[in-house]
Design a protein around this ligand. Structure first.
Ligand code: PAF
Length: 273
């Protein structure tokens, strides 16, 4: 496996590659990221993983500074599943001058976008830059960041990027908690409480499967249950799986998305139903 830091080195390492499979990450990798690299390897070669904690997608007062930087351990994990190239640029290499931004569609201002202003603009900007640097044929993203995947698929479609976007199922701990780099922030008590988020999504999903269509009631009940157990809820929302907007009548493919804070840690999760 080759570790490169500059775009020039990356281009040299990738010269002539046509079937590159790419996994963008912010490092501090867990088993879910490793699974993404394995999925990438089933689609194309070389497999490139990027590790870059992107300042543009963090708001004021968020965890940019404390986000763990664990490059050596991350490289070991990626090497163990046959990743060919790790691209780990620094902030000056990524943003050497004031950056041009595209204006995002309204959906990027909803759900997580409503609670993290500018977040998806930061995500789209860095991913577009990474796509241009790596020029992959395939790109793999986790479905845990469901809205991110949806917004990025839109960007790829709307800017006609010749990239196949692959969404990977969420990896979970045995008690159901979605794997996340941010789980490491949780205290022992918070970690014991955290699986409630996914339990409530499953309860709501089974009620939808049983025919419940009063989505506001489901959302409010789940949010109230979280609040009663000490969470600070950003949102619980039932949306159309295809548009991520409020479901139209007659819609049959849903996703329930939630974001809530336990102490100083913001957790997100979702469930298709
Ligand atoms: O999902 C993430 O880890 C990040 O948002 C991404 C896609 C690597 C962009 O910084």
């Amino acid at each position: 496996m080759r570790l490169v830091h500059s775009v020039a080195e990356l281009r040299e390492a990738l010269a002539g590659s046509r079937d590159t499979a790419f996994v963008p990450t912010m490092g501090n990798l867990h088993a879910g990221h490793v699974a993404l690299a394995e999925i990438a390897a089933r689609h194309g070669r070389p497999v490139v993983a990027s590790i870059f904690v992107n300042p543009l997608q963090f708001g004021a007062g968020e965890d940019f500074e404390r986000y763990p930087r664990t490059l050596a351990a991350d490289c070991d994990k990626l090497a163990s599943v046959g990743t060919d190239i790790v691209f780990a640029p620094d902030v000056a290499g990524m943003y050497p001058e004031p950056q041009t931004y595209a204006v995002l569609p309204p959906l990027a201002g909803e759900l997580c976008g409503a609670h993290r202003p500018g977040h998806f603009q930061g995500v789209c900007t860095v991913v577009l830059k990474l796509f241009n640097m790596v020029q992959p044929r395939y790109a793999v993203f986790g479905k845990k960041d469901y809205q991110q995947l949806h917004v990025l698929k839109g960007m790829v479609r709307q800017f006609n990027l010749p990239i196949e976007m692959i969404g990977a199922e969420t990896s979970r701990a045995e008690d159901g908690l979605a794997l996340s780099s941010r789980n490491g922030y949780l205290s022992a008590d918070e970690r014991a409480e955290a699986p409630r988020l996914y339990r409530l999504l499953r309860q709501a999903a089974s009620r939808i499967a049983a025919g419940e269509r009063d989505f506001a009631a489901l959302e409010n009940a789940a949010a109230a249950e979280l609040t009663a157990h000490g969470w600070r809820v950003d949102y619980v929302a039932v949306r159309s799986r295809t548009t991520l907007l409020a479901p139209a009548s007659g819609e049959s493919a849903f996703v329930i998305l939630a974001a809530a804070h336990l102490g100083t840690t913001r957790l997100i999760d979702n469930l298709e139903c």
